[in-house]
Design a binder for this molecule. Structure first.
Ligand code: TEU
Length: 529
């Protein structure tokens, strides 16, 4: 076991951090009931310290009926009993910190669970109704929803309650949207931020960060009309300015989930008095192609430079198709709308590319997000129809496989039941045949494994330090860049092996070089010139 490194003291640790996303339900099951929990995470802290990550981002761990995997929160100040207790979360935050790892929690301000006390009172006719978007319907007897908005999960964004009114939910009906024009909604979230900063967390991930504020008239959505009635409204920036003042008092940081194609609008969230960082979904969605990736990288750096915010590099999370699968398909980009069952996949090819992509993203200037299991090279699983739980699947009428395929419980010990995820009960989502071949214990013994590559890459990565990137001239289909601190990253996408630039040392490569020292297709190398 490697010695844990002390947490970087600098206030700007987040500018270059490697942040590991924990989806608690599927990480490790400490009590054997089939669901991952905080005891499981605590037991695996040595794995995370050995991997060398700087921080953990926990997907929601609060009290929740789990109608959307915890993104339906019933109480922000309580841990779901399936995961543990608040005292245990505090212990985990402290233990991680001792191992040099900071904690980021996930706040879901757009909506709450329909079991949240506010919504229950609202349904009972209480004044809490004003905290949500309740409206009479249109058409005879108000039978039609108040407007034409669609849920992000498919179907109308409105559900009717027994008294005849409708309420808005941009996601599942069990996730009613809050009305951010109401001061009590703002007040409550500011208190929740303080609650978690007081418990020692270093940062907060903001769910669906560009969706909170709605046009008060709730007009129909009309394609191409500006401003959008609920995406990226100008009023949002005022909310995030007040949040920033709270974070600053604790040296805390924010990372926003901001899916916006317009780079100028995206960058507004990262102004110095707003969010520190936001996920880079243009990089995640980009196909495995040299010139398109270079364009995505240049675009990202250009949009961040004027505001002085660091970029983030993301290949995967709990919502998208796992990297090794995506890169092994004919369409290597990511688009929610394009997901379907039975897509042909070449996992060997996808894995080779994912290894190269790991070295590419870890060499770029900024922070990197890893999603649990990415370090094990886990593929997307095809979940048998009867076992799927994700509302996206059901609301698509069963055509969309949903997001469970990237949420399968992790394999830890090849020879143990359920590949070491838990013990007594079967995991909440089935692990596919052959899952134990990916087990962490087996990979730790194999220098050619994905886990060994990630460990080595995170060990060497500080050599790249901070500072700008300079593109080097390279043949068609090859990306090569140098970082200010010295090291160079080369990735070959072309089908002929590429000559490496003259170098004094090969730091690391994602796969073997050819016998004459050239870089094969879909392979990356880190060099000192
Ligand atoms: O996702 C918000 C989001 O916009 C997408 O990632 C979403 O899955 C997609 O748009 C569906 O069309 C966040 C969380 O990451 C996701 O897991 C939650 O389901 C969602 O918010 C609701 O809280």
């Amino acid at each position: 076991m490697g010695q844990p490194t002390p947490a970087r003291k600098q206030a700007d640790w987040w500018r270059t951090a490697v942040i590991y996303q924990v989806y608690v339900r599927s990480f490790a099951d400490g009590d054997g009931d089939g669901t991952g929990d905080l005891a499981g995470v605590r037991a695996k802290l040595p794995h995370l310290a050995e991997l060398g990550v700087d921080a953990l981002w926990f997907s929601p761990w609060y009290l929740s009926p789990m109608r959307d995997g915890g993104y339906d929160v019933a109480d922000y100040r309580a841990i779901d009993p399936a995961f543990g207790t608040l005292a245990e979360a505090e212990k985990l935050i402290a233990e991680a910190r001792e191992a040099g790892i900071r904690t980021i929690v996930d706040i879901v301000p757009n909506h709450v669970s329909d079991q949240h006390p506010w919504f229950r009172s609202a349904l009972a006719g209480g004044p809490e109704r004003d905290l949500f978007h309740f409206r009479p319907g249109r058409g005879p007897n108000g039978q039609l929803p108040p407007n034409n908005w669609e849920s992000q999960f498919g179907g109308p964004a409105w559900t009717r309650v027994p008294d005849g009114d409708w309420y808005l939910h941009l996601f599942a009906p069990e996730q009613p949207d809050l009305d951010w024009a109401h001061p009590a909604v703002r007040q409550e979230h500011e208190d929740v931020l303080r609650f978690w900063f007081d418990r020692g967390v270093a940062g907060v991930r903001i769910d669906s960060a560009a969706l909170l504020v709605k046009d008060p008239d709730l007009p129909d959505f009309v394609e191409g009309r500006d401003p959008h009635p609920y995406v990226d409204r100008d009023e949002l920036h005022d909310v995030y300015r007040s949040w920033r003042a709270i974070a600053d008092a604790y040296d805390g940081i924010f990372v926003g989930e901001v899916w916006l194609p317009d780079t100028e609008r995206f960058a507004r969230y990262l102004r110095p008095d707003e969010l520190h960082t936001a996920f880079n979904f243009s990089f995640l969605s980009c196909p495995w192609d040299a010139s398109r990736l270079r364009t995505a990288i240049d675009g990202t750096l250009a949009e961040h430079a004027p505001i002085g915010a660091p970029a983030t590099w993301v290949l995967c999370n709990h919502d998208v198709t796992r990297t090794v699968t995506r890169y092994g398909r004919a369409d290597t980009g990511f688009d929610f709308a394009a997901k379907s069952f039975g897509t042909p996949t070449d996992l060997a090819l996808g894995t080779c590319r994912a290894r190269a992509a790991a070295l590419l993203s870890l060499a770029l200037p900024g922070a990197v997000y890893l999603y649990q299991g990415e370090e094990l090279g886990l593929p997307e699983a095809e979940i048998p129809q009867g076992r799927i739980q994700d509302p996206m699947h059901f609301r698509s009428g069963g055509t969309d496989p949903g997001r469970d395929g990237c949420r399968v419980p992790l394999p830890w010990i090849a020879e143990a039941p359920y590949a070491g995820f838990g013990s007594r009960e079967e995991p909440w989502l089935p692990q596919p045949e052959g899952w134990s071949a990916y087990a962490a214990d087996r990979q730790a013994e194999d220098p050619g494994s994905m886990l060994s590559l990630y460990r080595e890459a995170l060990r060497v990565r500080p050599d790249f330090a901070d500072g700008p990137l300079t593109w080097l001239t390279a043949p068609e289909g090859v990306l090569a860049f140098a970082r200010a601190a010295g090291p160079v990253c080369v990735v070959n996408f072309a089908d002929t092996p590429a000559e490496l630039p003259a170098h004094s040392r090969l730091l690391l490569s994602s796969g073997p070089l050819t016998a004459d020292g050239r870089l094969p297709q879909d392979t990356a190398a880190w060099l000192h010139l």
